[in-house]
Design a binder for this molecule. Structure first.
Ligand SMILES: *[C@@H]1O[C@H](CO)[C@@H](O)[C@H](O)[C@H]1NC(C)=O
Ligand SMILES: *[C@@H]1O[C@H](CO)[C@@H](O)[C@H](O)[C@H]1NC(C)=O
Ligand SMILES: *[C@@H]1O[C@H](CO)[C@@H](O)[C@H](O)[C@H]1NC(C)=O
Length: 205
């Protein structure tokens, strides 16, 4: 009875379940940085959906993104663990690798109680972390916002107009620091994962 049911099932279905599982396993091996399961399973508070996401290899961070090739823009949601104190940041380095030369979005809780999030220029190893004026930006960033979830995770949202002529693959950096002094993010640790949190992201994947 069971065997007959199974046979009729496989006869009627040109693509078998083992084939689907094998295909999905292949995809996971092809794109090791892309964790389709957590993309699909993470629910943002206002039900935003992002087409892709990557579990970043350091600091427990995740980048969710929607890339639009026609307009060369990407909408991102960067998530990183954070208790009440401290800050998180994510940035692109269009002309090099690592921190210096990156343009980032940073988020933290201001002393007045509000969450603040804005673009900033990482122009040295001791950047000001001050908000960048629009005319200072190497590429426009809009819709910057932050959300602190459950007292343990910060999410930074942004829409980035990607630098032209560079395709969809970029060097990126991300960071998390444990203190904010006078409403300015203070230096992050300069060892371990905090100096290894760099990589590449291809927004078309
Ligand atoms: C991402 O793209 C999908 C599909 O086009 C769309 O439904 C969704 O609203 C987009 N999300 C954001 C945050 O733009
Ligand atoms: C807190 O300070 C930030 C940055 O100056 C400002 O944008 C925000 O409106 C302030 N929030 C409150 C509640 O005063
Ligand atoms: C990257 O280099 C290009 C060409 O030299 C320059 O126009 C652009 O301003 C640089 N971008 C940033 C963000 O520094």
């Amino acid at each position: 009875m069971a065997a007959a049911a199974r046979r009729s099932c496989t006869n009627n279905m040109p693509i078998s379940l083992p084939f689907i599982i094998a295909s999905m396993t292949c995809l996971l091996f092809l794109f090791p940085g892309i964790d389709a399961q957590s993309c699909a399973s993470y629910t943002f508070s206002n039900n935003q959906a992002y087409a892709s996401c990557a579990s970043l290899p350091r600091l427990g961070a995740t980048l969710h993104y929607n890339y639009t090739a026609e307009t060369n823009t990407v909408s991102v949601a960067f998530r990183a663990p954070l208790s009440k104190a401290g800050w998180v940041a994510w940035g692109l380095n269009p002309n090099g690798t690592g921190m210096v030369g990156s343009q980032a979005v940073v988020a933290f809780q201001h002393s007045n109680g509000s969450l603040v999030a804005y673009p900033t220029l990482l122009d040295s190893y001791a950047p000001s972390m001050a908000p960048a004026e629009p005319e200072e930006l190497g590429f426009p960033v809009s819709d910057v916002a932050a959300e602190h979830i459950g007292g343990k995770e910060m999410v930074v949202y942004a829409t980035v107009a990607l630098p032209a002529g560079k395709g969809s693959k970029f060097n990126h950096v991300w960071q998390q620091g444990s203190s904010v002094v006078d409403d300015v993010p203070a230096a992050h640790p300069t060892s371990g994962d905090n100096i290894l949190s760099t990589g590449t992201v291809d927004f078309s994947e």
